[in-house]
Design a protein around this ligand. Structure first.
Ligand code: NAP
Length: 396
């Protein structure tokens, strides 16, 4: 029997983490689970560790360590806590790490995972947008295979001819358009967090769901595609495809367009990543094309969803702008979810951040983290000072 693949999951309690657990649990002969991490949700972390027979768990917030130990008593699972343990959660000789911590909070654990794993499946786009060059450099340095999990990039990866990339004309990322695709600007101005997280096709964490509503998710994905596939901005296009069946496409110079299709179920790209370079059965949904009467494709409305324009502007301006875009968005989305700002404020805040670049040169990972912290501070101050009126209104 082939040796089991040793897998760790960063962000095991999230939507991606739990879908990964489902796929692993569907084929226990194939995988053994090394480390699982979470930040707050220690109960689900303990359940996942028991379900997957994990060797160790790491909880970011140390105040949960005792309670976590108590649940796992006698189960043979080692328990660690704190930010340092989280960063170093992935141990040497890991075959595959699934990186699924939301936001730039996942950057340092990802860098450590790259050092200690043969391959890393990246779901969390934020570290790639904020510090993509450093992430890819580290992967090159350690010979680590990067496997995209984001459904669009996973689709492109499956049909991208890496050996003859000069034959590629462009990639086309598909976008569902999110929950507000057909809403007017006036309706969107009053959107609540509850409405923004109600995605029509995908069941995801709160942050990425709000990103889908602003279409910032697609903006981040344009930058993610540039980092992962090395294509310039003009070779990365976006098409609205509300059915989310064609997960993205690669167009070749001879006019051939190759796509990957599937149900709107993240367990398919996750299974692809877990089994790579092989294929495995998944517990995920299957696509039934006979149930599809029509598939639609249309140009995105960049006036209604200016996030897309910002992504191209940031790629033109360079890595610092991409970092600013991501950091400001993370802070703004958190404030929106706490009902401190309105939905349109998210984009206004990002535009404020892009117009106020900190004077920092991105020479190292540390300088990227310094710039990230500076933007978060200036954006938080801006929300406190300039948007306090909205804040009072929202809370009333
Ligand atoms: N969900 C999808 O279908 C989907 C699709 C494509 C890409 N992605 C990307 O995958 C990533 C995860 O998305 P998700 O939907 O799975 O998010 P989620 O459901 O909110 O889960 C986030 C995970 O990250 C952990 N986490 C959050 N903040 C942390 C911090 N500061 N330190 C350490 N761990 C932290 C959470 O732990 P706790 O539970 O303890 O808070 C949880 O395990 C995002 O970058 C997203 O853009 C998601």
């Amino acid at each position: 029997m082939a040796e089991k693949k040793r897998v760790s999951i960063l962000g095991a309690t999230g939507s991606i983490g739990q879908s990964t657990a489902d796929v692993i649990a569907s084929d226990p002969e194939r995988f053994e689970v090394s480390t699982l991490t979470a930040n707050e949700n220690y109960k689900d972390l303990a359940q996942a560790a028991i379900r997957l027979n994990a060797y160790s768990v790491v909880i970011g917030n140390s105040t949960h360590e005792e309670a976590l130990r108590e649940i796992l008593k006698g189960k043979g699972v080692s328990v660690l806590s704190g930010q340092d343990a989280l960063i170093h959660a992935v141990q040497p000789e890991t075959d595959l790490t699934i990186s699924a911590i939301t936001g730039v909070a996942g950057l340092k654990p990802l860098m450590n995972a790259i050092k200690n794993s043969t391959a890393v499946g990246i779901a969390n786009k934020e570290p790639l947008v904020a510090a993509g060059a450093f992430v890819m450099e580290e992967a090159k340095k350690y010979g680590t295979q990067i496997l995209p999990i984001d459904s669009e990039h996973n689709a492109v990866f499956q049909v991208f001819d890496f050996d003859r990339s000069e034959g590629i004309e462009r990639i086309i990322l598909t976008a569902s358009g999110g929950p507000f695709r057909t809403w007017s600007a006036e309706e969107m101005a009053k959107a609540t967090p509850e409405q923004a997280v109600a995605h029509p096709n995908w069941d995801m964490g709160a942050k990425i769901s709000v990103d889908s509503a602003t279409m910032m998710n697609k903006a981040l994905e344009i930058i993610e595609a540039h980092i992962l596939f090395g294509l310039p901005a003009e070779k990365i296009d976006v098409l609205i495809h509300p059915e989310s069946v064609v997960h993205s496409m690669v167009e070749y110079v001879d006019g051939s367009v190759l796509s990957q299709m599937g149900a709107s179920d993240m367990r398919t790209p996750i299974a692809y990543t877990l089994a790579w370079p092989e294929r495995m059965q998944t517990p995920g949904e299957r696509l039934d094309l006979t149930q599809m009467k029509e598939l639609h494709f249309e140009q995105p409305d960049v006036e209604k969803f200016p996030a897309l324009k910002l992504a191209y502007q940031c790629l033109e301006k360079g890595a610092l702008s991409c970092l600013l875009l991501n950091a400001a968005n993370e802070v703004a989305v958190e404030a929106f979810l706490r009902q401190e700002i309105g939905f349109p404020d998210i984009l206004n805040i990002i535009e404020f951040a892009l117009a106020n670049e900190p004077d920092i040169k991105l020479e190292s990972l540390d300088s990227a983290l310094e710039a990230d912290a500076a933007v978060r501070k200036s954006v938080s101050d801006y929300i406190d000072q300039e948007l306090s009126q909205t804040k009072t209104k929202m809370k009333a």
